[in-house]
Design a protein. Structure first.
Length: 267
């Protein structure tokens, strides 16, 4: 299967010195005062370690910041922050919940065509339709390309629990590597989270392994199966609360087709 092809079937997818004849002096024993002082010092060190871990958000790793920021961030992190600033997010949705039009996107974080869509079309959609309240977006994340897709999706859904899923996914798309090469590993997950201002990184890493996230992933897979989704990106548009229709796009960068579908749905 081609490493560049993202349109594929979903797969309901690691170490005595020689003894002396002279009498030895009696063994030295620490005085009770010394023992008490040593014990107190050990306790103090232990407390300091626990406090440091607590203040870092539960992570003992110096490479995992408690909260993300733009300091030493991944490329394009500042642009992503500006792109979504001030727009409401809730779990996997972006925009005004009362927006008249809904756009749903089935995407995989490793899909190169999704990367093209997210880097060219999505910024325009956010600027022209989402920011003014005309469109709300539902991100229906899939994971069928490989293990990295699953790891990335779980982290994205966990970021969504802090209402920053779109920041997380967009940043990964703008730093996307070649599919199934191991680029989307734990190190990249941490780097992306650490590049999103306000995101509690240790919490995201913990939530990514939770039953709540695995449950969300199963629901997304079931929705995609019911909808007959077999490729990514698949974009659907329609009136909010109504039936959504698949947008026929000539390429992953076909902004005009998506824009026309929004206009038709808006009426």
């Amino acid at each position: 299967m081609s490493g560049k092809t993202a349109r594929r079937q979903r797969q309901a997818p690691v170490r005595v010195p020689p003894s002396s004849s002279k009498a030895r002096p009696p063994a030295r024993r620490a005085s009770p005062k010394v023992l008490i002082a040593a014990g107190a010092a050990i306790v103090a060190v232990a407390v300091a370690i626990v406090l440091a871990i607590s203040l870092s958000g539960g992570s003992s790793s110096s490479n995992t910041p408690a909260v993300g920021s733009l300091r030493n961030a991944l490329p394009e992190a500042a642009a992503v922050q500006r792109m979504f600033a001030g727009i409401p997010q809730s779990s996997n949705t972006l925009g005004d919940p009362k927006a008249p039009v809904t756009l749903a996107e089935y995407i995989d974080l490793q899909c190169p065509y999704c990367g093209e869509f997210e880097s060219t079309v999505m910024p325009k959609l956010v600027r022209e339709y989402v920011r003014n309240g005309d469109v709300r977006i539902e991100q229906r994340m899939l994971a069928f390309i490989g293990p990295d897709s699953e790891r990335g999706r779980n982290a994205a859904l966990a970021a969504g629990m802090q209402n920053k899923q779109f920041n997380f996914s967009e940043l990964l798309y703008l730093n996307q590597g070649t599919e199934n090469t191991g680029w989307l590993d734990e190190k990249m997950i941490v780097a992306a989270g650490a590049s999103i201002p306000g995101l509690k990184v240790p919490q995201m890493l913990s939530d990514a392994k939770s039953s709540e996230v695995s449950g969300k992933a199963k629901i997304l897979d079931a929705e995609a199966k019911t909808a007959g989704i077999s490729s990514t990106p698949t974009i659907l548009v329609g009136k909010t609360g109504g039936e959504l229709t698949t947008v026929s796009m000539t390429s992953p960068t076909d902004y005009e087709a998506v824009s026309a579908a929004i206009t038709n749905a808006r009426g």
